[in-house]
Design a protein around this ligand. Structure first.
Ligand code: DHK
Length: 146
């Protein structure tokens, strides 16, 4: 059976569409999910969002056993969570860190990502379309290797 790509989203991303639209745009998380499924081109995809750190960690553990790639927007946990970093270290496949905004052009507290220490690649600043780019890149990495 074809293993799915896991697209995991952290806190406050459930509010996309109305959350600081000058930064994150007006695209909703449901619309982002649709973009990801279109980019996946028929490959199974698990698309999830949580405001709870432990839940994201449980989903990463699930992906270790069931998934082929992870696209993750950890949101604020990017900058705080060694637990998510440690979980991602166990994942054998490609990990693409995704941010809607260019975190390096924002306030200093957004500049140091724990997740980048383990990510295969980082996409930041493309807006919501970055998710589709990340899924396409994950497919390519799975097919052709790093
Ligand atoms: C999303 C968030 O929720 C913020 O906490 C990050 C990230 C930026 C994004 O650009 O997708 O700092």
């Amino acid at each position: 059976m074809t293993k799915p790509i896991y697209v995991l989203n952290g806190p406050n991303l459930n509010r996309l569409g109305t959350r600081e639209p000058h930064l994150y745009g007006s695209t909703t998380l449901a619309e982002v999910e649709a973009m990801c499924r279109e980019a996946a081109g028929g490959r199974p995809l698990e698309f999830r969002q949580s405001n709870r750190e432990y839940e994201l960690i449980d989903w990463i553990h699930e992906a270790i056993d069931e998934g082929c790639a992870i696209v993750i927007n950890p949101a604020a946990f990017t900058f705080t969570s060694m637990a998510i970093l440690d979980a991602l270290k166990m994942f054998p496949g490609p990990v693409i860190e995704l941010h809607i905004t260019n975190i390096h052009r924002r306030e200093p507290m957004y500049h140091r990502s724990y997740v980048s220490l383990v990510a295969t690649a980082v996409i930041a600043g493309l807006g919501p379309r970055g998710y589709a780019v990340a899924v396409a890149a994950a497919l390519d990495l799975i097919a052709s290797g790093p």
